[in-house]
Design a protein around this ligand. Structure first.
Ligand code: G6Q
Length: 549
């Protein structure tokens, strides 16, 4: 089978195309009217999460065909190949084993003759011991003062996950410790993060899988300079810097004591590394035991993904629905709408997970795909988003499937505010699905000229994900849910969800341009880039000068 046409030639795909021609005109109002129990029938549960996917433009036949497509695309085989540690990241020739990071101690996953689960637990032990010392005050700074500030330096997968998890689990975190996250090579990020911190009480956690990332090394050097300017003694680095990396030699070259390094492995992708030692800042915030619960939540979803039949399998269902909208309804974006302020960084985190994984134009074999792949993910916590971009979700010309995420119990009960929050979640999903017809608008006495403006077509799909409360466990399960959903999508689109070559070109060009900015050497780019660099050269300030001076 030709790889580029492989997917679209599959029997289930062909059947879905046929089925789509009949279902596309069906309104969610009709689907609900035809089956009074639809809201209970199209639901699934696993690892503490309840998924209501009844407000999707599907019927039982759609689900049957989508599940058949997953089978034809070998989702089961590829899932097991991942668990077996096969090198399913074909372009980097690596296993993909984030599931080993949360496997219980008794589990065994062997890669190249080594039981990686045992290694994972050895690192977890070291992280736990270190976290206890910092949190308990036994680990002090160079001058003997207690650590009160933790600054995570990292970017991409070494920043988005830890920052999201820190924010999400804030309710469980040690409030006497302050956490900051520095990622951007823009000096503003570092300067603002440390401007009110005392170097003698500050611990830097430098997170970089490769320890060669330009932004992270620039910020780590800035941190060292800032620390030494205050403490004066290079020995201080030992007490104020720890590293999380797979690259011990680069860590040592930077001057961080290898004893203060927490390792992980090349079979952990950056955007899948939150539950490795990259989560050290999260563990410092919440403590080792809640971190283990967090891992247990991931593992519970792993087990669900591995054992639940596809028809009741949360990651499989979420993935198939995305494929349905992207490939049949031509949807180009998905909104992630968490109704919980603690999940404010969750959409940003998911953006990387989904778009870096499945934003691909060739199949695993390198043939051009003949169909759409990963959509744009975006989102904001509700209810804030309601007062901004939801207008387009309700009345715009694009179809934007939405994932609503909420909790039955608030971690901060404040009067009736949680009920108000959840009422909004339920109402949004209802409004998107059922809309408001012309006759309903007229019946409200709306003047005729305003009727078109006040109508809502409805028929806009959404999922609702509910858990009892935001805990380390439910957060872990939620992350794993999306990780596996991305995996299933990748299997169907036949792309490698675990590489990210797309970020390379810009990096290479920036490395070429950086030295050109500070010379007067002739430029050999296109006329636009040449003119931009020339203007910048004329107007830039010498390093170290303030724009306001
Ligand atoms: C994620 C990507 C990327 C990576 C960063 C940081 O999957 O690979 O976002 O996490 O580029 O890389 P380092 O951890 O090596 O600094």
């Amino acid at each position: 089978m030709n790889a580029a046409t492989g997917l679209t030639a599959r029997p289930a795909w062909r059947a879905l195309q046929q089925h789509f021609t009949t279902l596309r005109a069906t309104h969610l109002r009709d689907l609900f009217a035809a089956d009074p129990r639809r809201g209970e029938r199209f639901t699934a549960e696993g690892a503490g999460w309840y998924l209501d996917y009844s407000k999707n433009r599907i019927d039982q036949e759609t689900r049957r065909l989508l599940v058949a497509l997953a089978r034809e695309c070998g989702v089961e085989e590829r899932r097991e190949a991942m668990w077996r540690g096969e090198r399913i990241n074909v372009t980097e020739h690596r296993p993909v084993l984030h599931v080993a990071l949360r496997a219980p101690r008794a589990a065994k996953i062997v890669v190249d003759g080594t039981d990686v689960v045992a290694e994972v637990h050895a690192v977890l032990e070291r992280m736990g011991a270190f976290a206890e010392r910092v949190r308990g005050g036994a680990w002090t700074g160079h001058t003997g003062r207690r650590i009160r500030n933790v600054v995570n330096i990292g970017i991409g997968g070494s920043d988005l996950g830890p920052q999201m998890a820190y924010e999400a689990l804030r309710r469980y975190s040690a409030r006497e410790l302050r956490f900051r996250f520095v990622s951007n090579v823009d000096g503003t990020d570092f300067c603002e993060a440390v401007q009110d911190l005392d170097p003698a009480e500050t611990l830097f956690v430098v997170c970089s899988k490769t320890f060669t990332t330009l932004e992270t090394l620039a910020n780590a050097r800035a941190a060292r300079t800032w620390l030494l300017a205050a403490l004066g003694d290079t020995d201080a680095v030992r007490r104020h810097f720890v590293a999380v990396s797979t690259n011990a030699s680069e860590v040592a070259k930077f001057g961080i004591d290898p004893d203060n390094m927490f390792g992980f492995w090349d079979w952990v992708g950056g955007r899948y590394s939150l539950d490795s030692a990259i989560g050290l800042s999260t563990m410092l915030a919440v403590g080792p035991e809640p971190f283990r619960e967090f891992l247990a939540g991931f593992h519970a979803m792993d087990e669900h993904f591995r054992s639940a039949p596809f028809e009741r399998n949360l990651p499989v269902l979420l993935a198939l629905l995305t494929v349905w909208y992207v490939n049949f309804f031509d949807a180009t974006s998905i909104a992630i709408l968490p109704y919980d302020q603690y999940l404010q960084r969750f959409p940003a985190y998911l953006q990387q997970l989904t778009m870096e994984s499945n934003g691909k134009q060739v199949t695993r074999d390198g043939a051009r795909v003949g169909y759409a792949t990963g959509p744009v993910y975006f989102g904001e916590p509700g209810t804030n988003g309601q007062h901004s971009f939801y207008q387009l979700l309700h009345q715009g010309t694009s179809l934007v499937p939405c994932d609503f995420i909420g909790f039955c119990r608030s971690l901060n009960p404040l009067g009736d505010q949680h009920d108000l929050l959840m009422a909004n979640l339920f109402a949004q999903s209802e409004a998107l699905a059922f809309g408001k017809t012309e006759s309903e608008v007229r019946a409200e006495g709306v003047p005729e000229r305003l009727v078109p403006h006040r109508c809502f077509d409805g028929n806009r799909p959404s999922n609702v994900l509910l858990a009892d409360a935001l805990t380390p466990q439910t957060l872990g399960a939620l992350v794993a849910l999306y990780e596996h959903s991305v995996f299933v999508q990748g299997c169907i689109w036949d792309v490698n969800s675990f590489d990210q070559w797309g970020v390379e070109l810009g990096k290479q060009l920036a490395a070429r341009i950086a030295p050109e900015l500070t010379t007067t050497a002739p430029l050999a780019h296109d006329s636009s880039t040449n003119a931009l660099i020339a203007r910048y050269r004329r107007r830039r300030l010498p390093a170290g000068t303030l724009a306001t001076q």
